[in-house]
Design a protein around this ligand. Structure first.
Ligand SMILES: Nc1ncnc2c1ncn2[C@@H]1O[C@H](COP(=O)(O)OP(=O)(O)OP(=O)(O)O)[C@@H](O)[C@H]1O
Ligand SMILES: [Mg+2]
Length: 253
């Protein structure tokens, strides 16, 4: 449930960005509360990934403001985003195939001993601990992640975000390449993260899945925000007509 009495984790205010002559994101506003999943829906090229890439520091906005936990934030790079506890999981996961789960989890943020050496034992035990919590069936701790299923790879990526205390998680089509069972696993992980108070922006083309996983869904079209609805207030048809016609249900003829 969206608890609007809390300070929003994220407020995207009037965000715009153009590429050449194309307004990929056109004065879009959207917020995200702790423990909430907000879904972004819309046709190919609607501007969903571009909007979240502005939050993740991959793109620089031309206009608008980003506020994090009630203060204006300056996000110029993925590193800045990380400093605000924003983690992003893309469909094409940035995992190193030849490394095992622990090496991936700590890639670029290796734990070291007091003497300054890389602490493999600690990284392995920490990885085992967090995987046991998030995905108790996960056994392939020592294998290169190339040997993992899509769902298992997602769980390593999610574990990484959780371990490094993400407060804001961006998931751009995390289940697009997954089978039914693996999609369920990611859905269960999302529920677990919600309980821990994370806020999640989720992008998917599966309207039904979005209505199940999200607290609110936003529809974008041609770079514009068509509307944001609480899932209990709309039907799948309402959302589909927003995607196709670019109109809110109460504006439908
Ligand atoms: N780096 C870029 N350079 C030029 N144009 C871009 C760039 N990134 C995105 N665009 C354009 O911005 C628009 C929005 O693209 P975006 O990737 O945000 O769409 P999307 O809603 O995520 O679509 P999809 O569902 O296909 O992933 C498109 O017209 C796209 O071609
Ligand atoms: Mg996209």
């Amino acid at each position: 449930m969206t608890d609007t009495s809390q300070t929003p984790l994220v407020q995207l205010k009037d965000i715009s960005i153009s590429f050449g002559g194309i307004r990929a994101v056109d004065h879009v506003s959207l917020d995200l509360y702790p423990g909430e999943v907000v879904g972004l829906l819309g046709h190919n090229g609607a501007g969903k990934s571009t909007l979240i890439k502005i939050l993740s520091g991959a793109y620089q906005k031309d206009g608008g403001e980003i506020w994090i936990e009630g203060k204006e934030a300056n996000i110029q790079s993925p590193r800045d985003a990380r400093d605000y506890n924003i983690e992003t999981i893309y469909q094409t996961l940035a995992l190193a195939d030849n490394l095992d789960a622990a090496s991936n989890l700590f890639l670029g943020r290796e734990l070291t001993t007091a003497a300054g050496f890389v602490d493999d034992a600690k990284m392995e035990s920490e990885t085992a601990k967090i995987m046991a919590r998030l995905n108790p069936n996960f056994r392939k701790l020592k294998e290169p992640v190339s040997a993992l299923s899509g769902g298992q790879r997602q769980s390593v990526a999610i574990a990484k975000a959780v371990y490094f205390k993400a407060k804001i998680l961006i998931m751009d089509e995390p289940t697009a390449a997954l089978g039914v069972h693996e999609t369920k696993m990611v859905a269960d992980l999302i529920q677990e993260l919600k309980k821990q108070g994370l806020g999640i922006f989720l992008i998917s083309h599966d309207t039904r899945e979005m209505l199940e996983l999200c607290d609110r869904v936003s529809v974008m079209k041609n770079g514009k925000m068509i509307g944001t609805e609480r899932v209990e207030d709309v039907t799948e048809d309402d959302i589909l007509s927003m995607i196709i016609m670019g109109k809110k249900p109460d504006q439908a003829a």
